[in-house]
Structures are given as C-alpha cells and as structure tokens.
Design a protein around this ligand. Structure first.
Ligand code: GLN
Length: 548
C-alpha cells in the first residue's frame, strides 16, 4: 500500500442511472486504477440488501462471492477493485444494509440511543457516514472511492445516497466529487445518440439533493462534442466533465478510455489530487488482448466445467484469470462452458464434450448436484493427459476420482453428499474437524488467506519457485487424513500443505502433462500484470500440447 499524502482525504462517489448492468464496478475500479500510482485508495461498496454479506447467497442469484485475504465474503465488485487497483481490500469496506442495521440494533439494545427514537434519518445515515469515515481514518487513506449499489431511484439504496449527500457538508465541497454513470442509447432506426434517459436520471439524482460533477456516459461509441455539450447544458456539468464510457472489447481497456477522455485531469481539477497514471505495461497487455480477440496468433480452448455455468458471473474471477494468461502468452483463450449437471440426463460423454478442448478447469462448488459429471470429466483428463486444474471442489473431486479409479475404492466420495441423503462408504474428502460443531451457515467456512507450504521437487514448487505462498480459501471439507497414505502410495503427490502440515492444500499427479488441484482459489489473486502461476502453467501446457 502506498503511503498517505499529507492532505485531507478525498471522496469520489459513484452512482448509477438509467439501467443496471452498466458496469459501475468496473467504472469505480478504473477510476481507482488511474489514480493509484501515488495515492492510498480505499474502495468502498454500499449494497442495499439485508444479508450481512453475499456468502450465503446462491452465485446464480448474486454472482461470484469474492473472498478477501481477511476472510471476508464480499460482492464480486471487490474482484474488480483488487485486480485494477492492486490493493488488498477488507471485509468492512463492503457495507450492506444487513451490517448497518445489525450494528444499529446492537447499539439500541446496549442503550447507546437511550431516551431517543431510533430513526432512518439521522441514525441510519449517521451509521453509514461513520462507517465510511471510520474506514478512511483507520486506513489513513488519501482517497475513498464509494460505489453505491443499484440504480438511482431504487428504494433500497436511498439511505446510502442520502448519507453521501450529507457527507459533502461534513468533508467540504472541495474534497468530494460525485460521478454519475449513465447510458446513452442509439435506438435502431433512429441511429442517433439519445441523451434523454441521462437527463431524466440526473434529475432523479438532483431530487435526492446531489448534483453530479462528472457524468460518465456508457454508449456503443465515443460521444461527439455536440452530445457532450448537450449533456453539459441539460445536466449542469462542465463539458469536459462529460466522459465517454464506450463499449470496449476487454474490461481492462476502460481505464485507458477514461484517460483518453481526460478524466484524470478533470478529477485533478476538482479535487487537486494529481497522481499520474502509470499505464505502460497495462496498455501493452490490453493491446495484446485486443489483437488476439480480433486476429488471434494462437487460440487455446479451455473448458470450465460446473453447475453454475448458466451464469458466467458465478465464475467471474476464473474467467479473468484466464484472460490474464492470454495476455501474457499472447494467445486467445476461448472459454467453453460445460454444464456438468446436464451430463447425466443427456448421457453425453466427456470425450464428446471435450473433443475440441485443450485444457480443463473444474472450479469450486457445493453439494451433490452435478458432481458425477465432474468426476467423469476429471477421469477423462487424467487418463488422456488433458491439462487439468481443479479448484477447491475441483481438487476434492479429483481426489475422489483417483480413489475410485486408482485405489480401487469404488465407494469413495466426499462426505458433503451425505447432506443430500447419499451414502458414502469411503469419505476420502471429509469435513474439517473444527467444522463438525458449526451450525450457523454465515461466515463459518475456513475462509481467507492462509500460508501454503510447498514441497520441493514438485510441479507446484517448480511453477511457484518458492517454499511458501499465501492463497485464499473458502471450504468446509478437506482430504481425509485417514486416506492420505493410501492415496500417496498409488501416486498422488500432496505438494502443498497448511503450515501445521495438517490440511492438504495442493495435489498433483506426476507422469501427466499438468494435473494439479488446489484447495484454495488461485483465481482470486490473479492480476493482469501478474497472472496466477497455477493458471498460467495450465494454459501454457494446453497451448504446448495443442502445438504438438
Ligand atoms: N464444497 C467444498 C467444501 O466446502 C468446496 C468448496 C468450494 O469449492 N469453494 O469444502
């Protein structure tokens, strides 16, 4: 983390208008990327829902649950923040109405509000402001980038908007900037950029007491000067504060587009925070990705096999980690989604499913549904020498497959399927001892960053070139210690362990081009400029075996 500069902390608030899905998370992360060279930035996300965190939500409902080093389960936007800004975020930086209300109710019971009526205003808004200011203070941040979830007009986010409106008076008008992200449609048949939805959305924001300083307008193309002037006139911002948010081929291009549009200068003018963007390497990698989208030098097909494949957001970080590898290796990484839930009913074989595939990822997951399909796929990869990376559940199921096929334990399975009423004769994957007494579901898994001790003379040691790394975990089950000897005898190598040697954290198979499973989630810490080595080696091997 960068050192704090001497000036008072600054605040950039990002709201969204017109429609959802415009990429407010990417916009916030991109602004952070542009300013991160000399400033200590804390990204803060305000979510309107009443869950404490997204950890208990279905990923199809909410998208990927991102896990932080401190063990926090947070909104997937934190994945963008960390990938773009390069900072390790903290659980407290994801505000949810669940957390806010919980804190208020605890205070009320304690008697902190004794004698008073606890009200939405000022108590909820005060709580929000004190969370935000508390984070900035504790982290000694130069700049907070506060993303308000949802779209202006949503009832559930109004208290956040009211809180950041009030914040202006408290921090002073020169230290806070409001950025509104909107949408400029080009209706077919009309073929013109239309500003009315943006005008309406800014009016809605005005009614809540906020006058945006900067408008970022998502559009299929860059805005013309005329359109910018029109938006400036109707929305009462300076023309140079209207920034195009054009559609781009890859998300990492967004900071470059904003920089081209003069956003850094505009922010500097408003906040006096010059932090010249360092984008040289970033730009080169983005150019490589774009060149490979348009005219690939080489293509590698990677299958992601899981049961949530219907929603690509469920595996957002896995997809990003693959993109990072493509940029470094100068290749197009094409993702093929394989729904393992379908395999049994359609009786389609792994050979058929994977016929045009060069490498396979079985990512994290939960429950019995879809696992036999995953196990069939893993068996195929092991037997046919297809490069394979198993992540968390993917690693556990690779152990199950090995126990069944190689150790002759036909009843091997993960004890997790017992919850679905299945019998398990040989629980080669079993619940972690400390999990046995856990009854609550929220934030009770083994979560967050832990050290992984790497065994010498293994694939893991070779690709990491280190005796120990830190990676992020999210699991309740582990390789059952009672079976480790039998598994090792038949050829599994456990090349990564927890520092107390107990939990098996990496497994690999020698005599295979690349067959590696990680109990942790390497995708969560992969970055554009430094792709995760486990992914990189898998994609490299897949590219190599393709050439052969
Ligand atoms: N369901 C498995 C466990 O709890 C794997 C979890 C995961 O893949 N994140 O251990």
């Amino acid at each position: 983390m960068k050192k704090k500069t001497s000036t008072a902390p600054k605040y950039i608030v990002i709201t969204g208008g017109v429609l959802s899905g415009l990429g407010k998370g990417i916009a916030s992360a991109s602004i952070g990327r542009l300013l991160s060279s000399h400033l200590k930035i804390v990204p803060i996300k305000c979510d309107g829902y009443l869950n404490t965190d997204p950890g208990t939500m279905n990923p199809v409902e909410h998208g990927e649950v991102f896990v932080l080093d401190d063990g926090g389960e947070v909104d997937m936007d934190f994945g963008h923040y960390e990938r773009f800004i390069g900072t390790d975020c903290k659980f407290g930086w994801n505000l949810t109405m669940g957390k806010i209300f919980k804190s208020i109710l605890e205070k009320e019971r304690r008697g902190d509000y004794l004698g008073r009526t606890v009200q939405f205003i000022p108590h909820v808004t005060n709580e929000i402001k004190s969370w935000i200011k508390g984070i900035v203070e504790r982290e000694e941040a130069d700049l907070a980038i506060i993303e308000i979830g949802g779209t202006v007009g949503d009832l559930e986010n109004q208290f956040y908007i009211e809180a950041v409106r009030q914040l202006r008076r408290e921090v002073g008008p020169n230290d806070i900037v409001y950025v509104h992200l909107t949408y400029i449609p080009i209706p077919s048949g009309v073929n013109e950029l239309k500003t009315k939805p943006t005008q309406m959305s800014v009016k809605a924001l005005n009614q809540l007491g906020i006058e945006p300083d900067i408008i970022i307008a998502r559009c299929a193309e860059y805005l013309t000067p005329k359109i910018k002037e029109k938006i400036a006139l109707f929305c009462d911002v300076e023309t140079e504060a209207v920034i195009s948010g054009p559609d781009v081929k890859c998300v990492y291009e967004v900071p470059l587009a904003y920089e081209l549009e003069g956003l850094v200068a505009t922010l500097h003018k408003k906040l006096g925070i010059y932090s010249p963007p360092e984008l040289k390497r970033w730009r080169e990698l983005v150019e490589t990705i774009k060149a490979n989208i348009e005219n690939p030098k080489q293509t590698v097909n990677i299958a992601i096999c899981g049961k949530y494949t219907a929603l690509e957001d469920s595996y957002a970080s896995v997809v990003e980690a693959l993109a990072h590898c493509g940029a470094l290796l100068d290749a197009k990484v094409k993702v093929k989604w394989v729904d393992t839930d379908n395999m049994e009913s359609t009786s389609i074989s792994p050979a058929e499913l994977l016929k045009d595939v060069d490498g396979v990822i079985v990512p994290g997951g939960f429950g019995a549904r879809g696992i036999e399909g995953k196990i069939d796929i893993i068996r195929y990869c092991r037997e046919k020498g297809v490069p394979f990376l198993g992540i968390c559940y993917g690693m556990q199921l690779a152990v199950v497959e090995f126990a069944r096929s190689v150790c002759g334990l036909s009843g091997a399975n993960t004890a997790e399927v017992r919850d679905d009423g299945k019998e398990v004769a040989d629980p080669v994957i079993d619940i972690l001892p400390e999990q046995k007494t856990v009854t609550e579901k929220g934030a009770t898994m083994r979560l967050g960053g832990h050290d992984v001790i790497i065994k010498k003379n293994t694939v893991a040691h070779k690709i990491l070139n280190s005796d120990s790394v830190r990676r992020r975990f999210r699991h309740r089950f582990e390789v059952n210690p009672d079976y480790i000897e039998r598994l090792e005898e038949k050829g599994i190598v456990f090349s990564g362990r927890a520092s107390d040697k107990r939990i098996m954290q990496i497994m690999e198979l020698p005599n295979h081009p690349y067959f590696v499973g990680c109990q942790f989630h390497p995708e969560l810490t992969s970055k554009l400029e430094t792709p995760d080595p486990f992914f990189l080696q898998m994609v490299k091997t897949a590219l190599g075996s393709k050439k052969r």
